[in-house]
Design a protein around this ligand. Structure first.
Ligand SMILES: Cc1cc2nc3c(=O)[nH]c(=O)nc-3n(C[C@H](O)[C@H](O)[C@H](O)COP(=O)(O)OP(=O)(O)OC[C@H]3O[C@@H](n4cnc5c(N)ncnc54)[C@H](O)[C@@H]3O)c2cc1C
Length: 401
């Protein structure tokens, strides 16, 4: 029986732990926080994407279309709250129609059921929406990703996996003859620290994936640059303005989908996320600053090349929107004109682990690298939560070749 250590207790680490345990491996999973899904997975939009945005044939396209089905089937099987509500991508002005049509073609190429509708039909779905044309996508859903994580953890544990909260991987030493030793530190202090011997290492450390790869002696192809996404929420008396999910036509040069309106499972309506550079990898507020994380971004040549491409006007606009509720509300009012600044209140933030290449390009697809006895998930941004069960199968297969 192989001994596998998985680093990271977000949705990917937990899905990999369950997949490998079911395949007969002896799995130990390490999560430095005291709960599952503490970072990206627990602070995201909870949308089960349909798979329409991604380049046909890419990991993202294949795994999100399949992942949409598999995660919803998993939710049904285990009684996890989820709903297939569909969504509208809306062109709010004639200049956006060409990009909307490209998106419709991409949806078709990826096998996603989506159709173009005029403003009258769009308003049958969303009476308050502003639109000249829209793409109606039927298979988009909403889910409770942290509940998915709890279930994955329970299934793995009952199948024999050893899942450890409050346990950080602090050093990784490749052993002669194969495998690695993983040194751990627990939040309980020295008494819980130790060394684990593993035949296979799987790195699902999210915002720290590049650093964990380096600990294991692997030079990552890309560095993680953290982007914070802030959310607002519609006041309860304004929730009626949105029935389901309303998205803008995305800017194809950016990896983020643009601020959108999402009705959650509890009936609340979230708005966001925007995208600003975070000054700490796990920094959820402007005042969260890590000198080490800032220095890492500053030392990396890819950050400067990225800044040259996006700082003006896109990055600067995002910063201004982050600092001004009025500006944020104005972006929402492009989609639903009745939304006013007084209708929205702050509702937390998430930080995306965006892998950036040395030339300043954004790693567009999922990036999963192998070394002897090691698999490193180096770029798993949205729609990786949707695709989690598919990524887990792919990672598990990769450990066997
Ligand atoms: C704002 C936002 C909105 C998003 N919206 C969606 C969406 O609607 N739908 C969708 O499909 N995707 C969405 N995503 C993307 C999705 O959340 C991520 O792709 C997914 O959660 C990645 O999961 P993960 O397990 O790789 O990372 P994480 O959930 O970040 O988990 C990594 C874990 O590793 C742990 N860790 C790191 N280093 C160590 C170490 N040395 N030792 C032990 N543990 C360690 C961390 O504590 C963390 O818990 C969104 C992301 C963000 C940020």
């Amino acid at each position: 029986m192989r001994r596998v250590v998985v680093i990271g207790g977000g949705i990917l680490g937990l899905a990999v732990a369950r997949e490998l345990t079911e395949r007969g491996d002896e799995v130990t999973l390490l999560e430095k926080e005291d709960r599952w899904a503490a970072h990206q997975t627990g602070n995201n939009s909870n949308v089960v994407h349909a798979g329409l945005y991604y380049k046909p044939g890419s990991h993202k396209a294949r795994m999100s279309v399949a992942g949409n089905r598999s995660i919803l089937a998993f939710a049904r099987e285990h009684g996890i709250p989820a709903e297939v509500c569909g969504k509208l991508v809306v062109a709010t002005q004639p200049s956006e129609r060409a990009a909307l049509h490209v998106l419709a073609e991409r949806a078709q190429a990826n096998g996603v059921p989506a159709r173009l509708v005029g403003p009258v039909e769009a308003r049958e779905y969303e009476p308050e929406v502003s639109c000249v044309e829209a793409l109606r996508v039927e298979t988009t859903g909403i889910i409770d990703f942290p509940a998915v994580c709890e279930t994955l953890a329970r299934l793995s544990t009952s199948a024999g996996a050893d899942l450890r909260l409050g346990t950080r991987a602090v050093a990784i030493r490749p052993r002669q003859g194969g495998g690695v030793d993983v040194a751990t530190e627990t939040s309980a202090g020295d008494s819980g620290s130790g060394t684990l011997r593993a035949d296979v290492l799987v790195n699902c450390a999210g915002l720290h994936a590049d650093r964990v790869a380096e600990l294991a002696g692997v030079r990552p192809r890309a560095r993680i640059v953290p982007f914070r996404g802030e959310y607002y929420e519609l006041r309860p008396e304004k929730r009626h303005l949105v029935r389901g999910l309303i998205y803008p036509v995305p800017d194809p040069s950016l990896p983020f989908l643009g601020v959108h309106l999402t009705r959650m499972l509890d009936g609340s309506v979230h708005a966001g996320p925007n995208a600003v550079l975070a000054l700490r990898r796990e920094g959820y507020r402007w005042r969260d600053v890590s000198p080490r994380d800032v220095a890492d971004v500053a030392r990396f040549s890819g950050s400067w090349r990225l800044a040259r491409r996006f700082a003006f006007p896109v990055g600067w606009d995002e910063v201004r929107r982050s600092l001004s509720r009025r500006r944020f509300a104005r972006s929402l009012a492009r989609l639903v004109p009745a939304v006013e600044p007084g209708d929205i209140v702050h509702h937390g933030a998430g930080v995306r682990a965006q892998a950036v290449l040395p030339d300043g390009g954004l790693a567009e697809d999922f990036l999963i690298d192998r070394a002897a006895g090691q698999v490193h998930v180096l770029n798993a941004p949205s729609p990786a939560a949707t695709s989690a069960l598919e990524i887990a199968r792919h990672v598990a297969d990769s450990t066997e070749t």
